[in-house]
Write a protein that binds this ligand. Structure first.
Ligand SMILES: Nc1ncnc2c1ncn2[C@@H]1O[C@H](COP(=O)(O)OP(=O)(O)OP(=O)(O)O)[C@@H](O)[C@H]1O
Ligand SMILES: [Mg+2]
Length: 357
């Protein structure tokens, strides 16, 4: 899928801007604070009805304006859709061809965007939540059943925690909820294991292409309980063993909500052994990986690399550009970048000029 046209009104620093994009490589250049990230943020917003930078709608609406809109023409192999997002300080709505889209999972089917943003470079130095979000967002887009499981898990976790917070613990209620929780967790762990194994099949290939070395990159994920035929019994025992501590802390302390994964490059943990550039490159590779897991050409996601090239040396920048130039529609933002066979957008005080190289 590709965004052929984007129109912003009162979005971030823009009053009104209309952009016609290339179906291949789009490079957005300009000085700091000119509004490069704002453009790719608008594209990303359409895929999840939320920004990657803020959870406040008001941040997205231009100062002193009542509303903001993002309009996009999205082309698939055979179809053309018009997606419109409207934001006011108290509401947000997205429509496709004039009909309101109610579920976010429907939205990511209409327009799927994968993004690398500057803070992702430190993904393996950040909290486990950031890494779980990577898994949860990508898996939810791929499998609506996973998303349902996740929503069900959150509901049960809340219920279990509220029992643990009670003056007197209702043991029967607790057992019923714990049993249901374990059932959902078994599904979630199975999905996570399968997805990580899929990612691992392609991760090293991408890392080799962008790093240029013979490096092996592997995601390591150990579920909170080993996955075998005895998972549910082992899980039940673990919850029983941890009950006293859960009651003391008034919260469920073990489960899929505390899981994490790490990445090793040539057998060494990237967080403790990797250089800054290596961290950046492997995270970019990880972010690009879901693209290759979608087989249908028409369904391939739009790729956004926001300020991904800074800190990379000349050779690695070139390798990365050559690699992404083979993908479908890609957006790269940078303060300066010389690249051939791309459509360049120069952002300067809300004026955006387009040229081809
Ligand atoms: N709601 C808003 N109303 C008006 N201006 C805003 C709003 N939100 C952000 N801005 C402004 O938008 C400007 C551009 O932001 P953006 O993050 O897109 O810059 P950028 O070109 O990506 O810069 P950098 O190279 O530093 O990453 C900033 O000066 C910021 O103050
Ligand atoms: Mg920026």
């Amino acid at each position: 899928m590709i965004v052929s046209k984007l129109t912003l009104r009162n979005f971030r620093n823009y009053d009104h801007v209309e952009l016609v994009f290339s179906p291949k490589l789009n490079v957005i250049v300009g000085d700091n604070a000119e509004g490069k990230t704002n453009i790719v943020e608008a594209i990303y917003y359409l895929s999840l009805a939320r920004s990657f930078r803020t959870s406040e709608i008001n941040d997205l609406i231009k100062e002193r304006r009542q509303f903001a809109t993002i309009e996009a023409v999205v082309d698939n192999l055979t179809t053309r859709k018009e997606i419109v997002a409207l934001m006011t300080s108290s509401s947000k709505k997205v429509s496709c061809n004039g009909k309101q889209v109610r579920r976010i999972s429907d939205l990511s089917k209409l327009i799927n965007v994968i993004v690398f943003e500057p803070k992702d470079a430190l993904m393996f130095h950040d909290s486990p939540l950031v890494r779980r979000n990577y898994l949860d967002i990508n898996l939810s887009k791929k499998s609506p059943v996973y998303l349902e499981n996740l929503i069900e898990f959150e509901k049960l976790l809340k219920e279990r925690n509220s029992i643990l917070k009670g003056e007197e613990i209702d043991k029967i209620h607790l057992d019923v909820v714990t049993k249901k929780l374990i059932e959902v967790e078994e599904q979630i762990v199975r999905y996570r294991l399968a997805y990580i194994s899929e990612i691992n099949k392609i991760l090293s290939k991408i890392v080799k292409a962008v790093k240029g070395d013979d490096d092996e990159a592997v995601l390591n994920y150990n579920p909170f309980i080993r996955m075998d035929e005895k998972f549910s019994q082992a899980c039940a025992r673990a919850y029983e063993k941890n009950l006293e501590s859960d009651i003391k802390h008034k919260a469920t302390q073990i489960g899929i909500h505390r899981e994490d994964f790490s990445l090793s490059l040539n057998g060494k943990d990237i967080a403790t052994h990797g250089s800054q550039g290596e961290n950046r490159l492997v995270v970019i590779a990880l972010k690009l990986a879901p693209y290759f897991l979608i087989e249908d050409e028409g369904e391939k996601p739009i790729v956004v690399l926001d300020d991904a090239l800074s800190e990379l040396d000349y050779i690695h920048r070139q390798r990365l550009i050559i690699f992404v130039a083979k993908m479908n529609q890609v957006f790269i933002t940078a303060t300066e970048l010389n690249v051939s066979n791309a459509t360049i957008f120069v952002v300067n005080h809300q004026n955006i000029t387009r040229r081809n190289t």
